[in-house]
Design a protein around this ligand. Structure first.
Ligand code: GTP
Ligand code: MG
Length: 644
């Protein structure tokens, strides 16, 4: 059989392609990761995967197989952009790609009544199908018993039980994939004319009548194969009785979010201090070991001061992601969406907008992409336009740096609440409230439309696996450090160059950076930013800050290191800022960062997802106006109050 696969014309040159198709949250991506060793995002709410992801594996028969992970969908009657991706890939309409050779339908064994309907819809396409009966561990625990052989006979497709998160059944699935490809190749050999690789013609959206017919067919299949339906999870019901309770639900959610910001400060303090000391030591050692000159300046002022000022925030990023990963993997995320549905509706947003917005706390790019799960275009655009107002993790270093420099580290409310954490919480709240306000305005002006109800499956609660949490955090650390080591590193060298050349003329007074290219740029921009209280050093830092938010911090590190007239940077960057800026300037810069248009990657993903330059330009314009206005008001009001 192996040989037939390898020598079959259909597979010559191109590897055979397999697609994972199924309802949302049934474990497709977990299975994809188990098969390919990839680390695609797996989380416990519907709508995690919103684009197609491609991987590869070697089948037991030695065939290199390409596998496509797809967004979850309930039917091929796609309604939202993520579902359209799945429909188009399955039907072979996606970017002129041939349809997959074999489809692996993934179904949640505990919810077959819902999941089998899609299997029937796919079967109608007349192409090879394998059913992966996933979540068998959960089914077993709930006393739900499915007879896989009877199910296979009733459905007419091979069935393989799996537990994707534990890789159970993966070998069985691989063998079945080989068998299905072998059978396909054997079918092909005698009649090369009837290519199953051609696009399946004759697909039409199932009508209401078809859907009813599928429903009846599912019932008769279940009658044959479901031995015991089992009981729904009691734990999930009990937890929901408390956490979705009208009086407890919202306060609990706010408590969780509040704790998250307190923890970002409290838990991260010690490791950050250690990194700070370590960096100081490295900087001093490098300074002492190297002779004065360009190399020493590049290393200590450019690289260590710049990149180091970003790396120090790693612990905070990890604490933030620890909370986000917990919310996502336990299943609480989908509950939070329901709890906030009323609030979202109040400003005209769709309930589904909650997950894109919460994801934007990590980064606006995946947040904006998650808006693909929203069917209505006006609702989707409104969500995309406000997503960058949520405070992304790259802004965390900027906030922390300024807070550390200007907000005293003490507790308020009788020692219960850290003041720095409270200020951080306020900044996040400012972002959230302004996003809601912007949505309110947008939905009443540009994106008018009736509000649609939120329909979303609530997943069962799950205990996050410590291993997955650890891997998830390591992945975040890797991404963060890789950025510090590549983008930020490169920009710092460039900035160091621009800040060091041309050198100051003989006999000039003041720091050399005043006479450099960067200094010229800063001084040129300064009049524009003077009304909002920014110094020329801030003006320099804002420009590379467009590449990535945290670069602004690194840039301040380098600019101030080069501005020092004495030896190397004395004391921490926060200390230098505290001495150089007035409090109104610091507050004004915080206000700027709450609203200012995001990094280049965010803007380009807005362009891609809306498929228009127009919305990207609108975003830049409205956010810049907001940022300038907010910084102006903050600077003027605080200057007046503080008599500055
Ligand atoms: N207990 C158990 N949990 C599973 C199994 N497979 C997946 N999960 C969990 O189910 C949740 C959903 O898994 P995903 O792989 O993200 O599901 P998906 O089908 O890709 O979801 P979408 O991308 O939203 O369509 C995650 O919390 C997984 O850890 C399984 O076999 N057993
Ligand atoms: Mg997925």
């Amino acid at each position: 059989m192996t040989d037939t696969i390898l020598s079959t014309p259909a597979f010559m040159g191109v590897p055979p392609r397999i697609a994972l198709v199924g309802n949302p949250n049934c474990g497709k991506t977990a299975l994809f990761n188990a098969l390919t060793g990839a680390r695609q995002k797996v989380a416990n709410y519907p709508g995690v995967t919103v684009e197609r992801k491609i991987g590869e594996f070697l089948s037991p028969a030695g065939t290199r197989v390409q596998i496509v992970d797809l967004p979850g969908t309930y039917s091929l009657r796609a309604r939202s952009p993520d579902e359209e991706v799945t429909r188009d890939v399955v039907l072979g309409r996606f970017q002129h790609e041939a349809p997959p050779d074999v489809m692996v339908c993934v179904a949640d064994a505990t919810n077959l009544r819902l999941h089998l309907r899609l299997v029937l819809e796919l079967k109608k396409l007349g192409r090879p199908i394998i059913l992966a009966l996933n979540m068998m561990d959960v089914a077993e625990a709930r006393g739900c018993r499915v007879d896989a052989a009877a199910l296979s006979a009733a459905l007419g497709v091979p069935v393989v039980p799996t537990v994707a998160v534990r890789r159970t059944g993966v070998v069985g699935l691989l063998n079945q994939i080989d068998r299905s490809m072998g059978a396909m190749a054997a079918d092909l050999a005698p009649s090369p004319g009837g290519s199953p690789n051609g696009s399946p013609c004759g697909w039409s959206e199932p009508s209401a009548h078809d859907l009813r017919a599928y429903h009846r067919e599912v019932e008769s299949i279940l009658a044959a194969a479901l031995r015991d339906a089992g009981k729904p999870s009691l734990a999930t019901r009990r937890i929901d009785a408390a956490l979705l309770h009208p009086a407890i639900g919202l306060p609990f959610l706010f408590l969780v979010l509040f704790l998250m910001f307190q923890a970002v400060f409290a838990w991260a303090a010690v490791p950050m201090d250690m990194i700070d000391k370590g960096l100081g030591w490295v900087q001093a050692a490098a300074g002492a070991a190297l002779p004065d000159g360009l190399l020493k300046s590049l290393l200590t002022d450019g690289i260590i001061a710049g990149v180091g000022s970003v790396v120090i925030f790693l612990p905070q990023i990890l604490v933030l992601f620890f909370f986000i990963l917990m919310l996502e993997s336990t299943g609480y995320m989908a509950r939070a969406a329901f709890l906030l549905d009323r609030l979202m509706g109040g400003v005209g947003l769709h309930g589904r907008a909650f997950i894109p917005l919460l994801s934007s706390f990590a980064c606006a790019v995946p947040g904006i992409m998650a808006a693909r799960t929203i069917e209505n275009r006006a609702d989707r655009l409104a969500t995309i336009m406000i997503a960058p107002l949520m405070t992304c993790s790259a802004r965390l270093p900027v906030y922390t740096l300024i807070i550390a420099a200007f907000v005293p580290d003490r507790t308020v409310a009788g020692g219960m609440i850290g003041l720095q954490g409270l200020v951080m919480f306020t900044l996040y709240a400012a972002g959230i409230l302004s996003a809601l306000a912007a949505a309110f305005v947008l939905k009443r002006t540009i994106f008018k439309g009736a509000r649609e109800p939120l329909l979303m499956e609530l997943p069962s609660y799950r205990l996050p696996s410590p291993r997955d949490m650890l891997l998830g955090l390591l992945e975040r650390a890797r991404i963060f450090l890789a950025r510090a080591g590549t983008v930020i590193f490169a920009i710092m060298i460039l900035l160091w160059f621009l800040g060091s050349f041309p050198a100051a003329p003989d006999g000039a007074s003041g720091p050399a950076i005043d006479h450099s290219f960067a200094g010229m740029l800063g001084h040129a921009l300064a009049p524009l930013l003077a009304p909002i209280g920014f110094t020329w050093q801030i003006a320099i830092a804002l420009v590379p800050g467009m590449a990535a938010r945290e670069v602004a911090v690194a840039a301040l590190g380098t600019v101030y290191a080069l501005s020092e007239t004495g030896d190397a940077l004395s004391g921490s960057l926060a200390g230098v800022l505290a001495a150089d800026w007035s409090l109104p300037t610091a507050l004004s810069l915080l206000a700027w960062f709450v609203f200012a248009p995001q990094c280049v990657s965010t803007l380009s993903v807005v362009k891609r997802e809306t498929n228009s330059w127009f919305w990207m330009l609108v975003m830049i314009a409205y956010m810049t106006a907001l940022a300038y206005g907010a910084a102006f008001v903050t600077f003027r009001v605080s200057s007046a109050l503080l008599g500055g």
